[in-house]
Design a protein around this ligand. Sequence first.
Ligand code: HEC
Ligand code: HEC
Length: 344
Amino acid sequence: MKKEAQKHGKFSLKILHTCIICSIIGVAACNNTASTPKDNTATDKDVAGVYVPPDTSTIPHDPFGDMVRYGRELVINTAYYIGPNGTVGKYLGNKMTCANCHVDGGTRPFAFNYFSTHARYPQYRGRENKILTLSERVNNCIERPHSGIPMPLDSKEMVAIVSYIKWLGSNVPVGQHVKGDESLEIEFPDRAANPVKGGAIYAENCASCHGKDGEGAWNADSSTYTYPPLWGKYAFQKGSSPSRVVKLARFIKANMPDKKATWQKPFLTDEQALDVAAFINDDRIHERPQKKDKTIPDYPNFAFKAIDYDAGPYIDTFSALQHKFGPFKPIVEYRKAHKQQVIW
Ligand code: HEC
Ligand code: HEC
């Protein structure tokens, strides 16, 4: 932990220097800084070297800027526009918003943000075993966590969402990652994640907002959620990224309970985050929507299957149950020893 802080300290100095030079010579495309002068003040975020997306006040007033603004609207008020009763199209199967998971409209560090997303697509996706464009990846989330039907790739809404994601990552070099665009790391305990312990953590720290039965809480006119559901028929689908225990635990560590946890100061320990993610994703006690088209299996090339995906076959010898709940260390060690990919 101390070592990590020192590392950030050094990094921040370098970033700060770069920023000062950038602002003097007026380089707009300076990585890790926004292009407006007021964003050049050193906040906690950029001191830690984390990517700072441009400020919304800098969205240009031209046709592209209009698309960016509409895309941001769609990401934040998704159900209103494209939900089951959507005003411009009926694509989603539930009333969640993109921003329920891509927190703050995809601008929060370590919260499934879109910092480097545009810079990294098209890319190979193991689950489909093919190269997906960014628009196809957006449809992945519409079909899976949202249990919806894909939007036409050339629809105004799709173009708007992709434009917004591109604008957010304006300062990210093509093909690169930036600090803060992935989830916080989790240190694995020697034991499996424990859904029973997770249930107790949930009751104490999560149920007040997400509900005793994980059902979430509607907003005033039930058009979307004040607190999104975590399981049940309107929650994210089985097989979608958040239905994987490690993927979810890493998000929870940095972001939940809301208003209490931050990536700089997580509220739960790594073990507790894993336990509560195991509880949420335990199919023996919680139902959630299933993939509609089962004719195409996920991860047809299972060498690229995420370790915490909970259905075999696998390239290693561990059970589906161990892949779901752990202990994860032996799987990682086995894979390394056999020169197999370690994918989360
Ligand atoms: C229930 C949670 C959830 C909802 C709702 C959701 N997503 Fe996602 N989305 C995820 C997760 C988890 C990932 C994988 C992130 C990772 O691997 O770090 C993801 C990944 C993505 C990616 C790829 C990001 C990258 O950098 O590779 C895009 C693009 C995306 N989502 C767009 C959307 C859009 C647009 C919506 C709304 C229509 C949406 N998502 C709704 C959870 C969600
Ligand atoms: C004070 C209310 C509050 C508490 C307490 C809280 N959350 Fe959340 N949670 C939210 C809100 C609001 C969102 C939507 C994202 C945002 O706006 O921050 C969210 C989003 C989520 C999501 C992603 C969206 C989804 O529905 O799948 C998960 C997972 C989650 N919370 C898990 C937890 C867990 C686990 C705990 C307890 C450790 C917890 N939350 C405690 C308010 C809360």
